[in-house]
Design a binder for this molecule. Structure first.
Ligand code: CO
Ligand code: CO
Length: 334
């Protein structure tokens, strides 16, 4: 995180936000996507994301990359309009594999109500795929990371553990279809969860990806100038994730997350070791972390479940700073 901030500093120093009053969300904040106002009622959302294969099946990889890239539009509260493919692949790669990756991406974008409108592909020693996504939103409906209020409840819409389960799968482990459950979770769009969050008066939202739950909670806490308290025992885990973590299936990204968050995140005594691994675990195409009025939180979880989506209340927002993970919440919400 520090490295990215360093390389962006020269751009930020020359950036004059007063010259771009319609750039509602840009480089200055830690947000999921850029938002540019076109009219009083219409803004475009732009985001881009790409990475090397996370699963062996090319179709699934394409679909997961697309769900992950579009997730940033849903984290802002918007809808996907169209997307462009970005791909790199070795010269000797079977073209059929690339075709399967593109098909997975295109069908996932179509499921979201959008369309692949073009793209660009280069030769690259290691395959990579992702999308540049364009979405739309009413400027008044934009949900940033910084809108949380003291007393808010925190809801998470997907179980954690994709990094741990994929690490175990790469090591040849796959009991009881645990890897398939992780893939299914990564394939799931955050679109309808975003609709339900907006209907439940969400104040702030982000999608949980590479920095893990604690890293993304920290971004939201800092942006709001508040403290996020997460009750570790309430955070849902993918099947197998806790056991795999205790067996040492810890992705490198989790180690970097832990180092990067030192001083900003506090793990209270009593938090189980496996839960702690889960909280730092980098997610691919993870769920939404939503701050909303506590009176709306149970209704949001009920509506997620009614529509066959996962979701749980996992904590609350307090005055203070940083993120605190506790084994059990001591008192009822503020
Ligand atoms: Co994001
Ligand atoms: Co919906």
């Amino acid at each position: 995180m520090a490295t990215l901030a360093q390389v962006l500093r020269p751009i930020l120093q020359t950036f004059d936000s007063a010259r771009f009053p319609d750039l509602l969300v840009g480089l200055e904040g830690p947000d999921d996507a850029a938002v540019y106002r076109l009219t009083d009622d219409l803004a475009i959302i732009q985001t881009v994301d790409f990475f090397p294969p996370v699963v062996d099946d090319p179709y699934q990889f394409g679909a997961i990359a697309a769900a992950n890239a579009m997730s940033d539009v849903y984290a802002m509260g918007g809808e996907v309009l169209m997307a462009l493919n970005i791909a790199g692949f070795p010269e000797d790669l079977d073209p059929e594999i690339l075709a399967r990756i593109f098909l997975g991406g295109a069908e996932k974008v179509a499921e979201a109500g959008g369309v692949i409108a073009g793209g660009h592909t280069i030769y690259d020693a290691e395959p990579k795929y992702g999308l540049a996504v364009t979405g739309i939103i009413n400027p008044r409906d934009v949900l940033t990371k910084g809108g949380a209020q003291a007393g808010d409840a925190l809801v998470l819409t997907k179980p954690l553990g994709t990094g741990i389960v994929l690490t175990a799968a790469r090591a040849g482990r796959d009991e009881a279809g645990y890897a398939a459950a992780a893939v299914e979770s990564m394939l799931a769009l955050n679109r309808h969860a975003s609709h339900l969050a907006r209907a439940a008066h969400a104040h702030a939202m982000t999608d949980v990806t590479g920095f893990g739950l604690l890293g993304h909670a920290r971004e939201m806490a800092d942006a709001a100038g508040l403290r996020f308290v997460i009750e570790a025992s309430r955070v849902p885990a993918l099947p197998g994730a806790l056991a795999y973590a205790l067996e040492g299936n810890i992705p490198g990204g989790a180690v970097r997350n832990r180092e990067g968050l030192a001083g900003h995140v506090e793990i209270a005594p009593g938090v189980a070791e496996a839960s702690e691994h889960l909280l730092f675990d980098p997610q691919t195409s993870g769920g939404l972390l939503i701050a909303l009025p506590p009176s709306d939180a149970d209704a949001l979880v009920a509506s997620l479940h009614a529509d066959r989506l996962p979701g749980a209340v996992i904590g609350r927002v307090e005055r203070g700073a940083g993120v605190l993970a506790v084994a059990k919440m001591s008192t009822r919400p503020l």
